[in-house]
Design a protein around this ligand. Structure first.
Ligand code: DX5
Ligand code: ZN
Length: 227
């Protein structure tokens, strides 16, 4: 089943609990953590994740666009995140970090910026619950989808299938009604959408419509029935 994770980066930060309520029915709430070092933008940290986790039943999918994720990621699990994504480019010891995230009780996920290939990480995939293929340069919402990432999504899906892994494949950046089908056809099954959801008149309806579009695009694909 296709999962839709609205990104609160496009929400009103002064009303986060209500903005979570506005996307009731979403699979996860995507929380973009930026430190102004790994990316040229600054957003939020552990205390806000802690408060948000108490304020909503929707599980939190924390995307850490920060330096030193080895040091910080475990604190996001303790704060209540159900899934924590660190960037391959920033992690000092990705295997140790993924194991620590899992041991603390969250799903472990690794993200790749557009210029980072998946192939060097093939042997690490069994340590992960999700891989995030960025379809924009990380840092800001509302950027244009990078079509040139579609081959990497396809290659990642092939690696997952080759090893028979129960691994989710997430895409993030510029995902909308205009691009979600291409992502789904390439093999993605978890879709982050910021502006496409919170920019819509009815965000909860936008979630349902995106999910239906992705599901229709992958009807019959073997990975689409896995969860
Ligand atoms: C960008 C963030 C995304 C962002 C997506 O660096 O990781 O999660 O919120 O926003 P849209 O869907 O508007 O591209
Ligand atoms: Zn993100």
């Amino acid at each position: 089943m296709a999962q839709i994770n609205p990104s609160i980066l496009s929400a009103d930060f002064a009303r986060l609990a209500e903005e979570a309520e506005a996307v009731r029915g979403a699979d996860w709430l995507h929380v973009d953590v930026m430190d102004n070092h790994f990316v040229p933008n600054l957003t939020l940290g552990v205390p806000i994740v802690e408060s948000l986790a108490r304020a909503t039943d929707i599980p939190l999918d924390c995307h850490l666009m920060i330096e030193q994720p080895d040091r910080w990621a475990p604190q996001f699990v303790e704060a209540g995140a159900g899934s924590v994504t660190f960037h391959a480019e920033a992690a000092a010891a990705p295997v140790r970090l993924a194991r620590e995230i899992r041991a603390k009780g969250a799903r472990a996920s690794m993200a790749l910026k557009p210029a980072t290939p998946i192939e060097p990480y093939e042997d690490l995939l069994p340590e992960l619950d999700m891989v995030l293929i960025m379809t924009v340069e990380p840092g800001f919402g509302g950027q244009a989808f990078l079509d040139i990432m579609l081959p990497k999504i396809r290659r990642t899906r092939q690696l997952i299938d080759k090893h028979g892994l129960d691994l989710w494949l997430q895409v993030d950046g510029g995902v909308s009604a205009a691009t979600i089908e291409r992502c789904a056809e390439a093999g993605a099954d978890v879709f982050v959408a910021g502006s496409a959801v919170y920019g819509a008149a009815d965000p909860a309806e936008a979630v349902r419509a995106l999910r239906a579009q992705a599901a229709a695009a992958t009807a019959g694909a073997p990975w689409a029935c896995a969860h």
